[in-house]
Ligand binder design. Structure first.
Ligand code: NAD
Length: 275
């Protein structure tokens, strides 16, 4: 099966479903990634700070699927922001991953108190120019941060990866992204697991003969989002990919829409997160 893709403004396309590997230990990453690729995944989301880039690269090579058929994302950690340090950090990520390009490189957080995300973005544009990062984007950016880099460089990101799950839907950010043709990618798409026993989710899953995780992943797909659920359990990795043979109906989508609650953020607020 081919994963459906979302067309990015720069001409590339990103598979809509990928494997997230936050909190996947380095020594488990290779086998987790290989399991996922064997189950049909063609997209892996890692980051320098996850400490597992070597395992991710090893898993891709062990899968037997050509590098060119895998969509690989990594992210620049906050303490490497700045023009020269970004270029160095990128080289180090490539070396750990054992590849000569990534499909997508993201600024992990704006970290506005550091005052470096514009210089960092300039380095990202150079990496894009060199073709070593096929696409460049951001993560955890508010519209004001995106407006700033656009004003300073004339280039907006093609994607913003933000916390997004059925009880934290980010409608303001999504409307802003849509106006600028920026794709939205959902992190912690299952609410880190806390949504799996939500009664609304459970009822919709039962109705379709699916698991709660599958119903939630399908909600992201049906909303045009890129979604990167994480699991290290082979059976769950397989389960989370089996979402392309059903869809949610208007009634399901309306019921899930009502779960939206601006207070349901799990992670730090990017405006004030100081790391
Ligand atoms: P998630 O919402 O994907 O939830 C993962 C947890 O849900 C698992 O640890 C497991 O406990 C449970 N789970 C997964 N599949 C299941 C299933 N089928 N049945 C039962 N339980 C299941 O949480 P996440 O890991 O925080 O987010 C996913 C990915 O998003 C990360 O791995 C990472 O790649 C990315 N992320 C990015 C940022 C960022 O700042 N850019 C922040 C957090 C996460």
């Amino acid at each position: 099966t081919n994963t459906p893709t979302i067309a990015l403004r720069d001409g590339h396309a990103i598979p809509q479903l990928g494997l997230g590997v936050w909190r996947t230990p380095e020594d488990a990453a290779a086998s987790v990634v290989r399991t996922a690729i064997e189950a049909g995944y063609r997209h892996v989301d890692t980051a320098a700070i996850y400490g597992n880039e070597e395992g991710v690269g090893e898993g891709i090579r062990a899968s037997g699927i050509a590098r060119g058929d895998i969509y690989l994302t990594t992210k620049l950690w906050n303490d490497q922001q700045g023009y020269d340090s970004t270029l160095r950090a990128f080289d180090e990520s490539l070396k750990r991953l054992g590849t000569d390009y990534v499909d997508l490189y993201l600024i992990h957080w704006p970290a506005p108190q550091r005052g470096l995300y514009v210089d960092t973005w300039k380095a990202f544009l150079r990496l894009k120019e060199e073709g070593r990062a096929r696409s460049v984007g951001v993560s955890n950016f508010y519209p004001e941060h995106i407006e700033m880099i656009e004003a300073e460089t004339g280039e907006a990101p093609v994607i913003n990866q933000i916390e997004l799950h059925p009880d934290f839907q980010q409608k303001t950010a999504r409307a802003f992204h849509d106006r600028l043709r920026i794709a939205t990618e959902s992190w912690s798409p299952l609410g880190q697991g806390k949504l799996l026993d939500n009664p609304t989710v459970a009822a919709i899953a039962r109705k379709h003969g699916r698991t709660p995780a599958q119903a939630i992943i399908r909600w992201h797909i049906d909303n045009g989002l890129v979604v990167i659920p994480k699991s290290v359990t082979p059976a769950r990795i397989v389960e989370n990919f089996k979402v392309f043979d059903f869809t949610l109906d208007a009634e399901d989508l309306a019921a899930l829409d009502k779960l939206d609650n601006p207070g349901a953020r799990i992670g730090p607020d990017p405006k004030t997160a100081d790391f």
